[in-house]
Design a protein around this ligand. Structure first.
Ligand code: AHG
Ligand code: MN
Ligand code: MN
Length: 340
């Protein structure tokens, strides 16, 4: 961890500029996009920190496109990210959990329309806000394909085409973690100076772990292979450090961050209640898949690599098994009926 009293701490801004210089030929547009996202994160962070004191907690009375009750903070976070990206001018299209259709942005600098597509879960884990549990934002960035118009079709690219992905956790501290395909780095917000400071350079996730995160209340409707793996994880065996430990916050971004740092697996499978799983491919699963792979981990839909899924809709869902490589591979074997 950096000591702010020493002069050599690195801000996110400095880090982004250094990366831009190293990638020679970059125009700076991408660096400005990352800056826009981090500014929106700071604004949402400020609102989150005041949420108990001003009237922004609770349900808004609206239902979003997923049929879920929208919290006031969902709408506020969505509005802040759209505003920052519109103002920044580098983004031509936004897809958000909180908006049914993709949102084209008219560049406010004529002739310099943005070339990036940003897909967002503005507030993940929002049902946890009222009870003071960590929530976050997840983002995924694509290029607008050469010659394409900024429409939904242009956004329907597999996760392997992402140029960047990241998340912010508004937790006991606020941390922004992102990748551009060249490793994963984490920056903690230092509130007194309002800067994200490099605190987790080159994050590598443990090859295996002893934590699993799944909503076990749905156990009866899981497929047999997963049920067998859960029973295996609960069995006692000193050599493999079992029984494993269950950790489930119900806020994907927070569960994911903990497992990334400590090792573990997060599972949101298909079930009778959610036949396609619950998490959204484009703005929850793909960005986290990009990050976990860059950190040495793995993301599967139970049958194959999540990022290779060809999307057909902005809000489509996917089953998700994500985390330490050895654990994801092992669950895949159980799902395929090859135990152990
Ligand atoms: P969101 O708040 O963006 O709608 O996402 C909620 C998601 C995710 O954060 C969490 O892991 C999952 O829903 C929890 O679902 P269950 O309550 O079904 O376990
Ligand atoms: Mn979410
Ligand atoms: Mn959300």
């Amino acid at each position: 961890m950096n000591d702010l009293s020493t002069p050599d701490f690195k801000t996110l801004e400095q880090f982004i500029i250094e990366q831009q210089e190293m990638s020679g030929g970059a125009t700076g547009a991408f660096s400005r996009l990352l800056r826009d996202l981090s500014v929106a994160a700071k604004v949402v962070n400020r609102d989150m920190r005041r949420a108990g004191l001003v009237d922004i907690l609770g349900a808004s009375g609206e239902v979003n496109v997923q049929g879920e009750v929208q919290q006031k903070m969902d709408a506020l976070a969505h509005a802040e990210f759209v505003r920052a990206l519109r103002r920044g001018g580098e983004t031509c299209l936004i897809g958000s959990e909180e908006h049914a259709e993709a949102i084209p942005l008219d560049g406010d600098r004529p002739g310099e329309d943005g070339r990036y597509i940003v897909l967002l879960d503005p507030l993940d884990g929002s049902s946890n806000i009222d009870v003071n549990v960590s929530v976050g934002t997840i983002f995924s960035v694509y290029h607008l394909p050469e010659g394409a118009a900024p429409t939904l079709e242009a956004a329907l690219q597999p996760g392997t085409e992402q140029v960047a992905a990241g998340y912010i956790v508004y937790g006991s501290s606020t941390i922004l973690v992102y990748t551009t395909g060249n490793g994963v780095n984490g920056f903690t917000l230092e509130p007194s100076i309002g800067e994200f400071i490099l605190s987790h350079p080159n994050i590598r996730t443990p090859e295996t772990g002893t934590m699993y995160s799944v909503n076990e209340g749905n156990y009866n409707s899981f497929e047999d292979g997963l049920k067998r793996w859960i029973k295996w994880a609960q069995a006692e065996d000193k050599a493999t450090a079992r029984p494993y430990t269950t950790r489930y916050i119900g806020s994907f971004v927070s569960d994911f961050h903990r497992n990334l740092v400590k090792g573990g697996i997060y599972i949101y499978p298909a079930s009778a209640k959610s036949p396609e799983g619950k998490l959204r491919l484009m703005y929850e699963s793909n960005p986290m898949a990009f990050i976990v792979e860059q950190a040495g981990g793995m993301a599967s839909n139970g049958r194959g690599r999540v990022m290779e899924t060809q999307p057909t809709a902005l809000h489509q869902r996917t089953p998700l098994y994500i985390g330490s490589k050895a654990m994801v591979e092992q669950v895949e074997r159980f799902l395929a009926g090859e135990e152990g």
